[in-house]
Design a protein around this ligand. Sequence first.
Ligand code: GLU
Length: 481
Amino acid sequence: MNDVRVRYAPSPTGHLHLGSLRTALYNWLFARHHLGVFLVRIEDTDLERSKPEYTQSILETLQWASMEPDEPVIIQSERIEIHRKIAHQLLTEGKVYRCFCTPAELRERLGESASQEGSYTRYDGKCRDKDVTNFDEKPFALRFRLQEDRQSILFNDLIRGPVQFERDQLDDFIIVRSDGTPMYNFVVVVDDAFMNISHVLRGEDHISNTPKQILLYEACGYAVPQFAHFSMILGPDGQRLSKRHGATSVLEYKQEGFLPDALCNYLVRLGWSHGDQELFTRQELFNYFDLGAMSKKGAIFDPKKLEWVNGMYIRNLSPEVILDTIERDMNHTWRTVFSKWSLSTLLKGISLYKERAKTLKELSDDLKSLHETPVKFPENPNFIDTSSVLNSLQAVEDLLERLDTFSYEFIDKTLKEFCHEAALSLSQLMQPLRIALTGKISSPGVASIIEVLGREESAYRIRLFRDYLKKKGRNEALTNN
Ligand code: GLU
């Protein structure tokens, strides 16, 4: 395919949400696959709803996901004069006409919904052939003049195949409002043509705009691009994914410790597949991604699978990169929380916990909890026989203090030998030790936890737990008597 130029065109009316990120991703991958150009245009002509801080946040999110445009970002509102000029040209050519109908008149003539934007009430053409040589400066909108002989509009959607709209689904739609602001369908066409867009790839919520845009391309004398409309992302109830279904803003995922590559890997599969492969490197996506394998059906968002993908990506990162990512995305001063640990201890801790974390937030919470000496222990620990537990805990405490080399291998070997000599099963020793060291019934391997905590802190925690058990035993004895 020659000269692929695609654009991602968000409206800055909120932070980027998952659906928009997927649209950006599909455009970006399509451009990379075809060695084309990926562009970004900020559609901020809705002045009431657009906010500069959202533009900023959208661009930052794209940067976070490494989907930066290949040419400078286009800001639609900066092109308003060009939009006006072209609207005027269409007026001069008779392709659009002035409409003086006020919303009140439209409502009266055509019914309540007639004055509402996006309503399907068709305009009756009252102003179509009005003599407008003298219009007394009354405000007017500009309406597209749908040709009499235009019976239908057909386009070949690259995902859906032929899509046809009949004449009775269209009317003389407004291209510039009576307050002078141009409408979305018009500016999109002018800007896509200006940016030489070859393929318009967007969500299926825009299908009904496409016939109007094709009419405008033709009226302006521009080449019509190809179109493809992706299916929507759905919530578990089959409805379009929205805030009702929980977090949808990409920023929230960032703060929860989802990695951009993992999020994109998860999103790419919501509507596209390559056999049953689930995990892809970016290079693989560049190689494989194309529109042929896109699904026409909406895909259901599955947070559990997203967590699984994220966990797989976390495991692939080095502890150094994880540390940097947490500080970049979640907490700039994260490492300072671990005041009792050196940097190399913190990195060891990250290595341990990255194997089980689904998000960086979970990893961070687990490590913070490990860093604090436990003050509470599970009510019903999964071990019994307190007196022998007390003895073995005491023995391990002594062993640790005497250990020559304080390394994982050595600690592990010593604990195993001790079990053997004391005729204990591994879990008979490890479970109480784990609870003593972490305050939890599940954790990474006990020997590696001891290595991270160090000799003194480990011994101290074991001692505290022994005291706790002794006190508990005394209390129980009192209650039983
Ligand atoms: N600004 C539109 C939106 O955010 C996108 C329009 C388009 O891709 O044509 O939905």
